[in-house]
Ligand binder design. Structure first.
Ligand code: SF4
Length: 141
């Protein structure tokens, strides 16, 4: 699956949930509460493949899934640039100290597995918008 395919499919899933909650007149706070990992596993089990195993992507208390993936992620499926003999496909725009560039054969991808930036409630509150694609508007370069 390409980044773009994942991105569009995830945006659609996110929108369906947000629209459902809007019909129930959820406030911003209630909506963020709803996207708490524990609630999402129970009520939106198809939203993330890890939910099937009740597994978190990051070991964070009160992990919030509203901003999965991350507004700081940058990608281009056609390749961003050559780094010696490798092609870079993604990177972190804020150079988070907890992220790193992973090399897989001749491809370089951003590895966010140790970074919890977008999963903290305070970050979600600060960057909140009902439209996930607006929050993520800078990701596809
Ligand atoms: S390293 Fe952290 S801040 Fe950077 S793109 Fe990944 S999750 Fe986001």
């Amino acid at each position: 699956m390409t980044y773009k395919n994942w991105f569009d499919a995830h945006a659609d899933k996110h929108k369906i949930i947000v629209n459902k909650l809007l019909k129930k007149n959820y406030t911003k706070v209630q909506m963020i509460d709803y996207f708490d990992f524990d609630n999402m596993v129970k009520n939106e089990n198809d939203f993330c493949p890890l939910y099937k195993e009740n597994k978190k992507c990051h070991d964070i208390q009160n992990l919030n899934c509203y901003l999965c993936a991350c507004p700081n992620f940058r990608f281009d499926d056609d390749g961003i640039k050559q780094v010696e003999e490798n092609t870079q496909y993604s990177f972190c725009d804020i150079e988070s100290k907890d992220g790193e560039q992973g090399i897989y054969a001749d491809k370089i991808h951003q590895d966010c597995s140790k970074c919890g930036v977008p999963h903290h409630r305070s970050y979600v509150e600060k960057n909140f918008n009902l439209d996930w694609k607006i929050i993520m508007r800078s990701c596809k370069i």
